[in-house]
Unconditional design. Structure first.
Length: 374
């Protein structure tokens, strides 16, 4: 089942290399990916898809295309093009760090360390957090953290491993601890974002940017938490991170709908027109695969998590994947970028495609993503 799905991905990705050229896919509009010249926060996911396809197949066409993306990311860093946000890990873990992991290319390693320094510049020592968006002192976002950032912390953990410089790990751990304390609620749901006083770090309130409402649980945010805390556990072995990942995963899986692929927010009213987010299910599947590697064979949650993983992946492959649609550019239908904002609320999203493929190749061949060295 997984092999057939991967072969479909390989065919579509070969076609997309020709379609996209040197541009990068972001989200789609009526089934056609909107392309950019490497200035979006999502552009690393295309690079990651190419590297995964190369690792799985050995076909040099994927490697050649992936290397071109790394060259583009080097130029982006040199020109400092739209890097004033927390998503640096999404950009460089899946491009230059992936090249380092696969080829041990020294230039790729150095580029990735430079990218870690860019992310480190978002550390706000007064408030003790990594600011999600905007410049320091921004009136709206100056004190704001975001659950998505947990997937960018591996860039800092990795930089510590490569350089021995404690500052990378120390900041990642402080931010992960703060995310655990303030973004994860007592009932195992999560806030999308949280606000602090930028002067003294005093906690202010939880909120959302893309969820149904401030007090709701945006499914993709919950997915970022599942995978992000599992990765923080991988690097630190702090059992609190492992337990938090498990808690978030249980909450997510207990709320799977009939077809096992989640709606865009767990608290959104459900009716015929309620949007799904296939990318949230894809991220969660990849995250649970990581989580399971850290659990003992007799862990009481193992069977539940394994069943939820299988249900989620079968739901994606059987009902949401574009298998049988040879002209489709995306790999998954019914992803949502921003339902509230009306931006690609029901279409292909490149991060959903990436995590779907990451989960598939890990299930089929044990190939992991590019969040840590192997």
């Amino acid at each position: 089942m997984w092999k057939k799905a991967i072969e479909d991905v390989l065919d579509k990705t070969r076609a997309n290399i020709n379609r996209f050229g040197d541009l990068f896919p972001h989200v789609s509009n009526n089934g056609k990916y909107e392309l950019n010249a490497n200035d979006e926060w999502t552009d690393g996911f295309w690079s990651g898809i190419l590297w995964l396809c190369y690792e799985y197949s050995g076909d040099p066409v994927f490697k050649e295309a992936a290397l071109r993306t790394v060259d583009s990311f080097r130029s982006r860093l040199e020109s400092n093009t739209k890097l004033d946000h927390h998503d640096i890990g999404f950009l460089y873990s899946l491009s230059s760090k992936a090249q380092w992991i696969i080829e041990r290319d020294e230039a790729a390693k150095q580029l990735t360390i430079q990218a870690a320094d860019v992310l480190l510049a978002r550390w706000r020592p007064k408030g003790q957090y990594i600011q999600a968006w905007g410049p320091e002192g921004d009136p709206e976002n100056g004190g704001r953290i975001i659950i998505d950032c947990l997937l960018n912390l591996p860039l800092l953990y990795w930089a510590y491993e490569q350089t021995g410089d404690e500052k990378y790990k120390e900041i990642a751990v402080i931010h992960a601890d703060k995310s655990r304390r303030f973004l994860v609620r007592g009932d195992d749901s999560s806030y999308h974002t949280f606000y602090f006083d930028p002067e003294d770090g005093e906690s202010l309130r939880g909120g959302t940017h893309q969820g149904y409402k401030d007090s709701s649980t945006w499914t993709r945010g919950q997915a970022w938490g599942i995978y992000g805390f599992a990765l923080s556990y991988h690097y630190t072995k702090d059992p609190l991170y492992l337990e938090t990942s498990k808690r978030l995963a249980r909450y997510f899986l207990k709320r799977l709908p009939e077809d096992d692929v989640v709606y865009w927010d767990f608290d959104a009213p459900i009716h015929a027109d309620t949007k799904r987010d296939s990318s949230a299910s894809a991220i969660t599947s990849a995250g649970i695969l990581e989580l399971l590697t850290h659990l003992e064979a007799d862990d009481p949650d193992r069977a539940f998590l394994e069943d939820g993983l299988q249900r989620s992946m079968k739901g994606l492959v059987n009902s949401y994947a574009t298998i049988g649609q040879p002209d489709a550019e995306g790999l998954l239908d019914h992803g949502s970028y921003s339902v509230r904002g009306g931006n690609a609320p029901d279409d292909h999203v490149i991060w959903g495609d990436y995590y779907y493929l990451e989960a598939l190749v890990r299930l089929e061949k044990g190939i992991k993503g590019y969040w840590y060295d192997r």
